[in-house]
Design a protein. Structure first.
Length: 222
């Protein structure tokens, strides 16, 4: 029997939303920058209707704010960024505990493959590829918890996290990255040790979050 992959169809509304969200997360639109629907429509070569629909979604996700009749990219202070990271961590700990409870052997093989790919990227000194693979490993860990509304919340938190890194121009690692901590997380998942998985996950995150705080202090932002 032929294996047929479903086509991923995206409407114009979806494409416009994804592009505006990408521009905000990347820092192309700065915090508190005013947005004009007619200019966005012109630049994206679409009518104003999909722009308005996209803006509604971005407001609900706290990427855009309304002030009277005006629209602005949501503000983001260094303090807000650090507080947001702590909230993200708490959500992640819930997810990794659940993943440890329900992860299957095939799921474990997937995670092993992702870690092997991360090692290859490090060996090849391809940090851009490593960063993508690192993000994919984290996403896989969350998606395996099988709680859609939680993975959706974590996706949104991840984009806010990425936005902060781009806005404040933060380095993701103190020195060359390694996968040792990720292997420890995987080992806990293999034996379905939810407390161990949460403990190793928190160690991994704390190292990164402390580095962000240190950089922001050095920049005089905290």
């Amino acid at each position: 029997m032929k294996q047929i992959h479903k086509l991923k169809f995206r409407t114009k509304n979806e494409l416009v939303y994804e592009e505006l969200r990408r521009l905000i997360v990347s820092g192309s639109f700065e915090p508190e920058e005013r947005l004009f629907i007619k200019y966005l429509a012109r630049d994206l070569d679409v009518s104003e209707s999909p722009i308005r629909e996209a803006i509604k979604r971005l407001i609900s996700e706290n990427f855009v704010v309304e002030k009277g009749i005006n629209l602005f990219v949501a503000p983001l202070s260094a303090g807000q960024f650090i507080d947001m990271l702590d909230i993200r961590l708490q959500l992640e700990l819930i997810a990794i505990r659940q993943t440890a409870r329900c992860v299957s052997e095939s799921d474990i093989e997937l995670l092993k493959c992702e870690i092997d790919a991360m090692k290859e990227a490090i060996a090849e000194e391809d940090l851009a590829r490593y960063r993508t693979l690192h993000s994919d490993f984290h996403k896989s860990c969350f998606e395996l918890c099988n709680i859609p509304y939680l993975t959706s919340a974590l996706k949104e938190a991840s984009d806010h996290h990425e936005r902060g890194i781009n806005i404040f121009k933060l380095k993701p690692w103190r020195k060359s990255p390694d996968v040792e901590q990720h292997e420890k997380i995987l080992n806990m998942l293999i034996v379905h040790d939810e407390n161990g998985a949460a403990r190793e996950w928190e160690k991994n995150r704390k190292k990164a979050f402390d580095f962000y705080s240190e950089q922001l202090k050095n920049k005089g932002r905290l």
